[in-house]
Design a protein around this ligand. Sequence first.
Ligand code: CTP
Length: 222
Amino acid sequence: MSLAGLRVVVSAGPTYEDLDPVRFIGNRSSGKMGFAVAAAAARRGARTVLIAGPVHLPTPDGVERIDVRSAAQMHDAVLRALPADVYVGAAAVADFTPENIASSKIKKTAGQDALVLRLVRTPDILADVARDARRPRCVVGFAAETDDVAHYARGKLEKKNIDMIAANRVGVAGSGFESDDNALNVYWRENNDAVGERALGPAPKTTLADALMDLIEERLHA
Ligand code: CTP
């Protein structure tokens, strides 16, 4: 029970951004990685809150789950769940959302050959958690990178002022979205401002979640 007495907040899954009462913009995140992280935290004795986008996954034992749909709802739920000792942002949050949600179904008209949607930026949950007065001691982000993994991941550590980032090695066979396996490159800030690095996997997401929690515990004790 190495996290006994600590509070861990995890976000997981996709967000759905509604266009009208029947349509939305979503993504292929399964939520499995974030659910595995929440399960690992709870097994270690942390009071664990899981903010879940729309997924069909059972709630891990000992985890308090709050279901949300949109990026805006996830933002509110995560900030309401603070203060916490650790925040892990494993959700695939939409970066853009429709400027307006139509109150009735959008109809096509005769001769219409295109539909233009205007999307606006969503709030950056991870960055807002990192700049909050109740900032957790350890703020962890995820990133999906196809090229220059180290360069972009290190850049996000700085830009979002977070303590650790787990970059999905997109393109590794059988890993990533919708898969039970994944491969991560994890980067973290050392006390002397150096950047630590470890490659995890390819391995089942449950195994990776435990390895990531080991790294988070090391940072909490550093
Ligand atoms: N994130 C967030 N709120 C958003 C968007 C992303 O909290 N509105 C978090 C995700 O939960 C994840 C991390 O930010 O932890 C991903 O960072 P982001 O810069 O969005 O990554 P990419 O989508 O990979 O970025 P880019 O578009 O720069 O490739």
